[in-house]
Design a protein around this ligand. Sequence first.
Ligand SMILES: [Mg+2]
Length: 275
Amino acid sequence: MRTERVRQAAYRMRHHALNMGEAQGQGYVGQALGAADMLAAVYIDQLTFRADDPHWADRDRFLLSTGHYAIGLYAALAEAGIISVEELDTYGSDESRLPMSGMASYTPGMEISGGSLGHGLTVAVGMALGLRHQGNPARVINFLSDGELDEGSTWEAAMGASHHGLGNLIAMVDINALQADGPTAGVLRTEPVADKWAACGWHVARVDGNDVDALLGAFDSVSTDKPSVILCDTRIGRGVPLLENREKAHFMRIEADEWQICREQLTEGYQGVSA
Ligand SMILES: [Mg+2]
């Protein structure tokens, strides 16, 4: 039941992402598809929030370091009822509250302006420390990409989180093995990545990030005594074979006649999951 709710939300979120992408003809659609299960697990199963009051003091904080994944987050915010599905049609247009790169000042439920990688976890550590000082039981979840692990500030924050025993902090890393300049293994090797987080003093889980059961199991296993990281191996473009196999997957240009094919492939792959 729990798994099915998340899977169905992820399926709808992938459709939202295709619809938003079509309005622009291009974008970070591959990331939205690849991370849909992670974001659905967070918003449908994990976060405590009030949809009608995004600044509620006791809300769990979700920090998107990777501002270019905003298209995926907007789809999640719509599923969570924080913004409407109709508003997604404005994605990336002038005057929209949904810019292509996530900005906290524009979008309800967007906690930080991401995009310059390597800052999200440092902010998350500060927030988690602050919440603990206030006696606030809220948790902080920071979403990172594997490319973001190239940033030294991420590891400084990782050591700080462990030093302070931040059991109210969870990091999740989208390991799609790609980054803007090419395969992660070729740009700057991050493996063995689980060992690196463990050496920094974190509880570590590594799962197939497109397997909802595995994701929920990882969330169930997090520590409350120290920070936890969930390393999520994903496939960029997941759910749409046409895009899963595309070169230049970081920022996709998709032809006008391909969007409908994408939607049909997505629906076909999810037969048995009602929309
Ligand atoms: Mg990546």
